[in-house]
Design a protein around this ligand. Structure first.
Ligand code: FE2
Length: 272
């Protein structure tokens, strides 16, 4: 894959750079996703990891800190999650607190995710979330006017990294037509052991099964069923083990999930 600066052409005020081969574009259109190893350099990945760990070090968890779970969505109905839309907020792994609300793992291994405005508020992730390579890729994927609406660091901690069940990212960003596209950057190697992504190839045209609805007045967040298409079976899906620096890009309707991490290695990712 071309690096920023390679093969740049100037036309008007737009830098043009070819990111994808015709075969890669065909693959994206056919399967609904594409893995691009080496999209980020080792230095960019290192800077992002260092910053992620700085944010955790500065975080002061207490019994009121929200835990994050996709299994019991009623737990998400709290002010912290709503407020995090415009903040940089840590959420704990479900298993990071004991029954008395005390941290039962080292703080450095307690955070499930940080969201959801890193791309705007954090200088390191602001830079990571922009640039000619990303702009060129977005354009080649057919995004006419790309806009970054959300960012999160997903830690998938050793031993207690939570499972993320089957979902479609468009549930959280409903547009007409569906144009939501996810950019998922591996900041550490994602493997079968530490909870790599699983996707159902070719399912990027599935109906949207559910919609995340925010009732700001009542501070309630609910998942509204829209379509009864069953979630994929394991036999229909494929794992996406990738090395650090890889960008996995997929359409908002593509069903995907990841397993719990019971291994001794974290699986840090950053998503837009
Ligand atoms: Fe997702």
């Amino acid at each position: 894959i071309a690096r920023p600066g390679a093969g740049l052409r100037l036309r008007g005020d737009a830098y043009l750079q070819q990111m994808l081969s015709p075969a890669q574009l065909d693959q994206y259109r056919r399967d609904g996703y594409l893995a691009l190893p080496g999209f980020k350099t080792a230095a960019e990945v290192d800077a992002a990891c260092r910053r992620a760990h700085e944010l955790v070090a500065a975080f002061e968890p207490d019994a009121r800190t929200s835990r994050f779970s996709t299994r019991d969505r009623s737990r998400l109905a709290d002010a912290a999650l709503l407020a995090s839309a415009e903040a940089v907020q840590c959420f704990l792994e479900e298993e990071a607190l004991d029954d008395a609300g005390r941290l039962c793992v080292p703080k450095a291994e307690s955070v499930n995710k940080i969201g959801h405005a890193l791309h705007e508020l954090d200088p390191v992730f602001r830079a990571f979330s922009r640039g000619p390579a990303l702009a060129a890729l977005a354009r080649e994927l057919g995004l006419v006017q790309p806009q970054v609406w959300q960012s999160q660091l997903i830690f998938k901690q050793p031993r207690i990294g939570g499972e993320v069940g089957w979902h479609q990212d468009a549930s959280f960003f409903v547009t007409t037509p569906h144009t939501v596209t996810t950019f998922w950057f591996a900041l550490e190697d994602a493997t079968l052991n530490n909870g790599c992504l699983w996707v159902k190839p070719g399912a990027q045209h599935d109906a949207l099964r559910e919609q995340y609805v925010c009732d700001h007045a009542r501070g309630k967040l609910t998942m509204k069923p829209l379509d009864r298409t069953p979630w994929p079976e394991r036999a229909d899906s494929v794992p996406l083990p990738v090395v650090a620096g890889t960008l996995v890009v997929f359409g908002g309707l593509l069903p995907h999930c990841s397993e719990a991490n019971r291994s001794g290695r974290s699986r840090l990712a950053y998503t837009l």
